[in-house]
Ligand binder design. Sequence first.
Ligand SMILES: Cc1cc2nc3c(=O)[nH]c(=O)nc-3n(C[C@H](O)[C@H](O)[C@H](O)COP(=O)(O)OP(=O)(O)OC[C@H]3O[C@@H](n4cnc5c(N)ncnc54)[C@H](O)[C@@H]3O)c2cc1C
Length: 441
Amino acid sequence: MFDVAIIGAGVSGVFTAYSLAKAGKRVILIDKGHDFADRQRLLADNPHIQYEGFGGLGMSEGKYNYTNDFGGGLSHKVGENTAMRLMEQVDRILCQFGAQDATFYTTADPSLMVKCRNAGLKMLTTTVRHLGTVTSQQVLQQIRHYLDDKVNFAFNTEVQSLAKQGDDFQLHLSDGQLIDAENVVIATGNGASDWLQRQMQQFDIGHGQTRVDLGLRIEMPYRQWQPLLQQTFETKLQLKTVDYTATTYCMNPTGRIIRKYEKGMVMPDGQNCNESTSQSENLNFTLFVPQYFLNQAEAKAHTEGVIKHINRGGERIVVQRLGDLSRGVITSAQSLAANSIKPSLVADTGYLPDEVPQIYLTAAREFFLRLEQLLQQPVSADTLLYGLDGKFYAPEKSTSEFFETTTDGLYLAGDCSGTTHSLSQAAACGLHIAKRLCDLG
Ligand SMILES: Cc1cc2nc3c(=O)[nH]c(=O)nc-3n(C[C@H](O)[C@H](O)[C@H](O)COP(=O)(O)OP(=O)(O)OC[C@H]3O[C@@H](n4cnc5c(N)ncnc54)[C@H](O)[C@@H]3O)c2cc1C
């Protein structure tokens, strides 16, 4: 009998396991992906496994944002102070396992904040521990090593059935094992999964709306943004109107735009300048506008309707000059070739109003007006707009302030809860659940 069975070994599952193991709890961590060493060995030839196995999505760039301003709604669940305290604890654990020399900075800049407010924009701030891919993997490796003799593991394993029998849970694993656990923590990430859907039906777990963020990826001259980036690498700005909220996301000074392949769609994504041997003269970011749908099927239908229409059955991404959009004319290949801002991504020239819902264009136009006030200079007509980037979320599930469902002992941790959307908050959520389980004895 285990005290806790954790399903999913992403950061939320790993931080739950770490905290419980430290307290001497009997824990099994189950993941359908590979163990850390196998994952590292196999990743180069099998990019499809990049999101699965020990560390989950935590094997990525590892930018831990310690903030309640974005990255999820942990603070709404547990309170602002508790959320920050949990994230500080996440940072201490990361440092204990090798992140102590990773870049640590704050994006807060009080005088810039005032200027943004005067221009009608909110500046979102965070403290950041930016591990980068290499340190991220080293830290996960160290944590895996620490857990080796403290936690039972079942990799390449799925839970075929999960049932509550009396006070305990019985789990039937795909390797044939039958295990009993007093508590179960589901930590399977934000992917829409049939398995999680079945558990939600079985345990009658209610859910709220499904959020989808779509928006134009914007490429501007880096020098135009330089005055805003004196203190920080990235400035996160938000425009709120009665109709929508638009927020800058994944800003890459001197970086490039690359193609992102997700959920069968192709989207423009930002690449950090450190990931390439040369720097561009541009800065890029996406201006995301969240929209909410009754369920995941509706969200999927809307998103695919827009993005697959742009992709035209292939990898097509559309680009337009801001000046052409304002004048209501199509950007031609010739005008793009003569553009002062050189596109960092090869994309098809076109006319965005024919391809992108109006709200994303309205948000961009309004954002540029505020940005001009902030920069005290016009935004270049040669600014490039790429359609369309997307970010997807699991619907928020009904759980208590401890992420427990209405079934006693059944918890949802990290992004599958629909509450967290970031490494720091997913990991913090894991610590919060572990503390609760330890407090209950
Ligand atoms: C490309 C990319 C880059 C990102 N970069 C950042 C960043 O720099 N900073 C940031 O804050 N956020 C970033 N995010 C978001 C962040 O990675 C996630 O919010 C966070 O990793 C969520 O952690 P998690 O533990 O909830 O889920 P995940 O990390 O997704 O882990 C879920 C785990 O569950 C396993 N699993 C799933 N289903 C089952 C099942 N049925 N049975 C068994 N196992 C299962 C999976 O194999 C996986 O290992 C990024 C996201 C993406 C897609």
